[in-house]
Design a protein around this ligand. Sequence first.
Ligand SMILES: *Cc1c(COP(=O)(O)O)cnc(C)c1O
Length: 485
Amino acid sequence: MSEPLLFEKSRHGRRGYTLPELDVPRSALPEPWLRRQPAALPEMSEPEVVRHFVRLSTLNFHIDRGFYPLGSCTMKYNPKVNERLAALPGWTSLHPLEPERAVQGALRLMYELQELLKEITGMQAVSLQPAAGSQGELTGLLLFRRYHERQGRLRRKILIPDSAHGTNPASVRIAGYEVVNIRSHENGLTDLEDLRRHLDEDVAGFMLTNPNTLGLFERQILEIERLVHGVGGLLYMDGANLNALLGIVRPGDMGFDVVHINLHKTFSTPHGGGGPGSGPVAVGERLRDFLPKPEVRRDGDRYWLDWGNRQSIGKVHTFWGHFGMFVRAYVYIRMHGPEGLRRVSEHAILNANYLLHRLRPYYEAPYPGPVMHECVLSGTRQKAHGVRTLDIAKRILDYGFHAPTIYFPLIVPEALMIEPTETESKETLDAFVEAMIQIAHEAETRPELLRTAPHTTPVRRLDDAYAARHINVRFEETPEIVSSR
Ligand SMILES: *Cc1c(COP(=O)(O)O)cnc(C)c1O
């Protein structure tokens, strides 16, 4: 299953193309600039090149290959129409330094996307700049800082539930705040007693994911809003799970002051494999004066970039953000319309509850639901047979599925966090369930099979930590190619 580099497969003189005879004078370029030797490029036939890339595309798992129930990450199918429209030459040949009058269409798309996100979130204003959810978090927290500075009170602490995504405490620290953990109640929601205990005049805000990372909707949100605003704090919504709320409930109506939106999760722009994300922030009345600049504005039928805001926290990204992602998200939102978006969330919720219901007899389910768009199981029953959740996850690969998220949220031992998304058919969900049931059976009867999994993937069990600690991404020039000239 190994696939050599193009440079290794290269054979001198092999061609994948022919060029027409030169019809311009040969020596257009001054002598000193001409190559003395041909460039060391791979020489291959067209079918070899095509096969190389097709093979590579199947070595890794991706959403176009199979079911990808990676909890919290919302690996939904990305419609191809998004790609087609984002690839229109009018978009791809844009340069960010072109004058406003030459890029009215692009500014209009950004403006309209802002308006759509305002409507969907129920907030007052939007900045599209942040490059990912985590940068949206940092942006939101910097808005908190600016707000409190303007109020003349420097506060030090941000409260975060113990079920939070790891980026939350990281963003809090980078924004210069202290992290204070708030316990979850045994029902998985915020422990209001613990919250009350920690609320004081030094709290800059409470950072909450809703629905939370257990897939549970925070039903006490209006009470939480009253408590946090009551001490002059602000309320941050980690909107990575907005996928569950479209057209059903809005962060603005729940009293949040800021929410970041992961376009690459909720609105089907591609992610995984390090592709660019996009994490716009939407803010309410208290924070709208501090948004990153420039803001995209409209006067009649003219669109323009407003750099004038003196209270702004400044820029958080080069140029205007990841524009290609804006096009994809815009297409997705317009394609679905309000009714369609609501159905997206309803089906995401239905699918998650279906999986939870069918898997509950075989795996521990610490929070029995009903859940929103994802569910959390625990491998503690299987652990009794000497099989860890990591082993279960590796075995799932043998059945042709991507593994769910594991060991997160941290408050669930041996956690398996499953998010099916709305784009999967019942047949796919059933096939996944059958695999999970089979694996639960294997855990009891053939634990060794799980402990040594995966058995059918291009590479077997890898040392997860090694690659991170000994990074090697260097391209070694193969000497034969150079010397064959
Ligand atoms: C994905 C995610 C984030 C971080 O978003 P990125 O775009 O990956 O930076 C934050 N919180 C939650 C709950 C998430 O699922």
